[in-house]
Design a protein around this ligand. Sequence first.
Ligand SMILES: C[S@@+](CC[C@H](N)C(=O)[O-])C[C@H]1O[C@@H](n2cnc3c(N)ncnc32)[C@H](O)[C@@H]1O
Length: 465
Amino acid sequence: MLKQSLVIQKLNSKTPTCLQWFCSCEVDSYTGPDSVSQQPVGQKGAPTNQVTNRPKRERSACQPVLDCFDRQYCNELGNLWTTARAVLLDPHSWQYGVMLNRFTTLTGIRHVLQSQGFSSFLPQPDASTLHSTYSSTILASKEEIDKKSVFRPRYISECPPASDGSHLHLDHTTHSQSHQPQSEPLSPSSLSRPSLQCYVHPSALRFPSPAHRPGQLKQYYLLNAASLLPVLALKVRDGETVLDLCSAPGGKALAIMQTATPALLCCNEPDPHRRDWLAKTLESFIPLPLSNRVIISAQDGRSFGQSEAGMYDKVLIDAPCSNDRSWLYSSVALHGEERLKERAKLPLLQAQLLRSALSAVRPGGVVVYSTCTLSSSENYAVVEAVLNSCPEAEPEDLWEELVIPFSNHFTFSPAHPDQTQPGHRPSWHSQYGAVLSCHKNGVLVVPQPGKTWGPMFLCRIRRRK
Ligand SMILES: C[S@@+](CC[C@H](N)C(=O)[O-])C[C@H]1O[C@@H](n2cnc3c(N)ncnc32)[C@H](O)[C@@H]1O
């Protein structure tokens, strides 16, 4: 209790302006809706627990990028583009999810969120089962974790290589056990039952970014709630080996660690600047007892499949992409035009990364491919090209598992131009007005008024045994 009141008190000390956030969101080209800056630029004090309403001043959209989107998305999305466009052009309307960090004490933050009108959009863990066996120990030790046991990221170069030169020592019949010697045994207190918890608000209120406090874990991470769909589709289980092939700044890696306690989570990021950002994210959210289970690697993802062939149960490839929200606000027209030139090269890179991911996953394992663009050439077309050249890859239908359960919150789109294609499902209007559809090669979340989540495309592919 003491800890919680301290947090709330500190949260009250200073309000960041949304303008600061808005600028910090544009720091780099890949920063998408799923990687809202966790520390507003220029913020000196801790943020308030009061939600902020609107940016005071926003930049106008980059015209060459908007023109390009209009040409392409009008064709691909039809009328849905008109409303999606309006949302993308109005950052005042954007909603934010608050993903809680299970490694910290959460009672106070939940109360603050609920009192301000946020609610969980995922099934809530039952408090009695969450802390069933170790309830008092968990609460006591979580405060310890909050304050002291901060994770220090391990880089893959620090891991002793196996005799074959690889950094993993996996025997897939016994991989859980084979990883254990590298990991410190987890105390029961750090093994509270994994549960992904994310709070959303029906309107565009933004919870403040969590302040950085040396030696303390952060309680929550701000993101675009649609970013959780690829992680949910991955369905990581305790003890599995997981590769996050394109990991920085680490939002989905954190979400994976909320859903389960893998034997190993390898977070790969080739860009040094972004890798530092990733390391800081992991440090701020993951406790020390898990440090040997989360490693950072710096490979070009295109060669990962060769160097670590068949070694992972699950691979997430959250690919570098056009990132519609971010690109639309390219600071100068020239920058936007340069990005558009680069755009044509993205599908090739994405297909290479997806093929590499399919090599890195074991037979029977699962790859989830995701992007934060509406562009079908970076979504369905990439998946189709790879499926056509990889007979061992089999796409899985996400309709029952994700589209129907989340139809209240997200707007899924047909998006694919060829609506007659086998496997394509028709649009469906839910009671909440969400337009839903699912293609056999993936689902697309399209931002819509009142449901501004996305863009987010995802596809799950199983490697046949
Ligand atoms: C969309 S971002 C990933 C966001 C991250 N998954 C998250 O949830 O925070 C894509 C990342 O891929 C990285 N990337 C670019 N080229 C890559 C490559 N050849 N191999 C692996 N990663 C690459 C980028 O530097 C960028 O950090």
